[in-house]
Design a protein. Structure first.
Length: 85
């Protein structure tokens, strides 16, 4: 099981954490991974100036936007070469 925590603290909220959440949720549904992902909300990952901040298992990833979600999803959740054509 992959654990994904998305920060919804003030700074990340203002930088688009809900759009990031929606993008990940759409990919989990598309790839039928809802039962393989433990999705959590967080309120601070101590990187407020680098938001949106997510954490996949123990790896903190900063400066996440809706546009970057697909690449992160492919590399970190499906596997490094999973989405390369």
């Amino acid at each position: 099981m992959v654990r994904l925590a998305i920060c919804f603290g003030s700074a990340c909220h203002l930088k688009g954490s809900y759009a990031v959440l929606e993008a990940f949720q759409g990919l989990f549904e598309k790839y039928n991974l809802k039962r393989k992902i433990d999705l959590e909300g967080a309120f601070c990952n101590s990187h407020c100036t680098e938001g949106v901040v997510i954490k996949i298992n123990d790896e903190v990833i900063t400066h996440v936007s809706r546009e970057k979600v697909y690449g992160i999803f492919c590399e970190k959740i499906l596997g490094e070469n999973a989405c390369k054509s």
